[in-house]
Design a protein around this ligand. Structure first.
Ligand SMILES: [Fe+2]
Ligand SMILES: [Fe+2]
Length: 214
């Protein structure tokens, strides 16, 4: 697992799996109320926890954001909670239903699309995310202060999946979303409309290069 400092208080962690081939990214925002974005699979979380403990330097992890229910987004949640039992999981109502069905009982903050979660060191705005084959409603998130868009499984660059970062622009990315990303034309169009006017500088992808926007 590779750790990259992107901003003074913002880190990216990446694990490569050449067999798929795919990379898996998690992110950490440091500050008074630290936030982890995704756990990765349990194998990835086991590598991640010691790294974030060093960065937290004795501080507790306050939140983990889970964009949708899948092994690479939240497979390591139970392991994370065994090290940080006070973590509040931020997710959609449907993601919570999945987690509860797998025996999850820890504290959760359920957010709806367009809601904002404001803390001492970040302000996250949420956007509806019709995720995976079932199009279950998950959440994408924008850090309004740092202008980072957490894109989960969209805006993935399969042609340069192992590059650490790449340049792009927001209009291109939104225009080029397609039915491989969101397998419903109506839901795809709705998501594109919801994304079009967002003002961001970075796309923190769940897979592939971190995107810096022109
Ligand atoms: Fe996923
Ligand atoms: Fe994913």
């Amino acid at each position: 697992m590779e750790q990259i400092k992107i901003l003074d208080d913002f880190y990216k962690f990446t694990t490569e799996n050449k067999a798929i081939p795919l990379t898996f990214n998690q992110y950490l925002i440091l500050g008074d109320e630290p936030l982890l974005v995704h756990t990765g699979s349990v194998q990835q979380t086991k590598e991640l926890v010691p790294k974030i403990k060093v960065l937290l330097d004795g501080q507790d992890l306050k939140y983990v954001f889970v964009s949708h229910f899948e092994y690479d987004e939240c497979g390591g949640l139970e392991y994370l909670l065994s090290h940080f039992p006070n973590v509040k999981t931020i997710c959609s109502a449907i993601t919570l239903r999945q987690l509860v069905g797998f025996g999850f009982t820890n504290e959760v903050i359920v957010k709806k699309p367009n809601e904002i979660l404001e803390t001492k060191n970040f302000k996250l705005k949420f956007i509806a995310y019709p995720s995976e084959a079932h199009l279950w409603e998950g959440l994408l998130a924008i850090d309004l202060d740092r202008k980072i868009f957490f894109s989960s499984d969209i805006f993935i660059k399969m042609n340069n999946i192992f590059e650490k970062e790449a340049r792009s622009n927001w209009k291109y990315e939104v225009d080029n979303l397609n039915n491989k990303d969101i397998p419903s034309i109506d839901e795809l169009k709705t998501l594109q409309n919801n994304l079009r006017d967002i003002d961001v500088k970075y796309i923190a992808t769940g897979h592939g290069p971190f995107l810096k926007l022109d």
